[in-house]
Ligand binder design. Structure first.
Ligand code: 1QQ
Length: 394
């Protein structure tokens, strides 16, 4: 290719790029919404429930006409359990021209992947990221998962209400996981604020299998309450080894205990563990009843928190898209993709009231969820040692 031709083609490309109308990058119909969730790895214990909840939302919202007559479609990318998986899922979804992303599963992944979406001005609604600082990752980052600072103290308070004689607490956490390190800070503060003595503070890895030394230390410290922040497999091993070592006191589990997939993993030893929750199947609202009915029909068991939060994240996106059509006076599919993403983010963070299975919530201008009701439940394992329930702690 000669130089003159090269220059000419460069100039032409430039002229074309400048002259291209805004609708050069249209929003597809049905409107694509990305799901970046863990359907493989150890984090799939949470992610599979999330995908199930999100799919119920897709069908439910499309049956209502989707976004004022335009259906939505969910594009799923598996993040697996680490940061690299979340980053590549986000990249693929952004390249697939989604208007927004629901995900990722872990806070640990969000700290790596969210900045990428924020730079690309793609709205993210986190369905389960509870660590401190998530919404500070950028203007395009919101969540429907209440931060641990709000939720976690309730479980320790409940334990003390159940047994006011408790004076000595042991706190254990996974040091290689962002949610766990964030939540344990809240737990440690709560323990002290309630006049308990922190007699043992221990770190572990989410990949650890041998917790016998930790269990021995808890017993030696004569702890009367054990508080754990970790993911599903590590936490259930820790509980098992604690009980096998002879620990008989109350156990408070963090958000990693909030999955029914913990029941078969943990079995009988998890019976009685107290967990704070941002969702209850007992919450009386038309949408929650409908959600529970459709979820149970589809999967044979009722939804728990992670499924309800994923449903809610998709719902919030769709209701914000409806509002964006009102405020722009245009169909989302008539907007340029960048405009649509911007209008979606503006609507998401406009303080709109969403009536969701989690109750009435809204998202602040800073992307933080404003939720009113939380619960504390006791894990109850059935005699089969595989199934169970979260039973509201009275
Ligand atoms: C986070 C969490 C996890 C337990 C979600 C599955 O709360 O990573 O923020």
């Amino acid at each position: 290719m000669n130089k003159a031709f090269l220059n000419l083609s460069l100039v032409l490309t430039l002229v074309l790029a400048l002259a291209l109308p805004a609708w050069a990058e249209p929003v597809a119909s049905p409107i694509p919404i990305g799901l970046a969730l863990a359907t493989s790895s150890n984090v799939a214990h949470f992610g599979q429930e999330q995908v199930n909840g999100a799919k119920i939302a897709e069908a439910y919202l499309n049956a209502q006409g989707g976004v004022n007559g335009t259906p939505i479609t969910l594009l799923l990318q598996d993040t697996a359990g680490d940061e690299a998986g979340a980053v590549s899922a986000f990249q693929n979804l952004i390249a697939a021209k989604v208007v927004g992303i629901v995900g990722p599963t872990l806070s640990q992944q969000a700290f790596a992947a969210d900045p990428l979406a924020n730079r690309a001005a793609v709205p993210v609604v986190a369905p389960s990221n509870t660590a401190k600082g998530i919404t500070k990752l950028g203007d395009y980052i919101s969540r429907v998962s209440a931060p641990m600072g709000v939720v976690a103290p309730k479980s320790v308070q409940k334990a003390l209400a159940l047994d006011p004689r408790i004076k000595r607490a042991a706190v254990l956490y996974a040091q290689n996981d962002a949610y766990s390190t964030s939540e344990t800070g809240v737990f440690q503060q709560t323990v002290k604020a309630n006049g308990l003595k922190l007699v043992s503070l221990q770190k572990f890895q989410t990949t650890d299998t041998d917790f016998s030394a930790k269990a021995a230390a808890v017993l030696k410290a004569k702890a009367e309450l054990v508080v754990i922040s970790g993911l599903a497999e590590d936490s259930s091993r820790l509980v098992r080894q604690l009980r096998q070592s002879g620990y008989k006191g109350l156990i408070v589990g963090g958000n990693g205990f909030n999955s029914p997939n913990m029941f078969p993993l943990c079995g009988a030893v998890c019976d009685g563990v107290l967990v704070a929750q941002a969702y209850s199947p007992h919450a009386q609202s038309a949408i929650n009843q409908e959600f529970i009915r459709k979820f149970s029909e589809a999967y044979g068991s009722p939804p728990a928190q992670f499924a309800a939060q994923a449903f809610t994240a998709v719902q919030v996106m769709v209701e914000a898209l409806r509002k964006a059509e009102q405020t722009t006076g245009k169909k989302i599919t008539a907007l340029d993709l960048a405009e649509a993403r911007k209008a979606l983010n503006t609507a998401l963070t406009s303080g709109l009231a969403f009536h969701t299975p989690l109750g009435e919530i809204s998202i602040t201008s800073g992307g933080e969820v404003d939720q009113k009701r939380f619960y504390v439940s006791r894990i109850t394992i059935s005699p089969d040692g595989k199934t169970g329930d979260f039973v509201l702690a009275k």
